[in-house]
Design a protein around this ligand. Structure first.
Ligand SMILES: [Zn+2]
Ligand SMILES: [Zn+2]
Length: 144
């Protein structure tokens, strides 16, 4: 059994559970670990509805799972990370998005999914991210 952090999609019509990647899952008997620490904020794309939101510490819940979390060995899910630029020239340069995919997906698939208007959200200044302009590598967290 694994005690692991989860978030729920902030789209009220979706509320899909998204398991957070966690490099070393804590022992369930050790109680809730002090993670993430401090001012943790990351943007996650919901694979189900495609909406992107920022999540921070107060959005995290802890739950018990039978299966290993995303990006763990033997997991059937992996978390990918992509950087994008807002198309508005005067805008914040870059932002990082995370998305959880089935672990058999490869980089071209993830890139195409993110590029294919399946994902939508706002840049840090509130511009609609369409079209998405990916900047640089799309990479998998902790590939084993
Ligand atoms: Zn969703
Ligand atoms: Zn912008």
């Amino acid at each position: 059994m694994h005690l692991e952090p989860v978030i729920h999609c902030q789209n009220q019509n979706c509320q899909e559970q998204i398991r957070l990647p966690y490099p070393t899952p804590p022992d369930i008997t050790a109680g809730q670990p002090d993670w993430p620490l401090g001012e943790w904020t990351e943007a996650f794309v919901c694979l189900h509805c495609g909406h992107v939101y920022d999540y921070s510490e107060q959005n995290i819940h802890w739950a018990v799972f039978q299966s290993p979390g995303p990006s763990q060995p033997q997991s059937n899910k992996a978390v990918w990370c992509a950087r994008f630029e807002c198309v508005h020239a005067d805008c914040e340069p870059r932002r990082k998005w995370h998305v959880e995919m089935d672990s058999d997906k490869d980089e071209p698939y993830v890139r195409e999914w993110l590029d294919g208007k399946r994902a939508s959200g706002l840049c840090p200044k509130g511009h609609e991210i369409i079209p998405l302009r990916l900047a640089g590598k799309v990479y998998r967290l902790w590939s084993f």
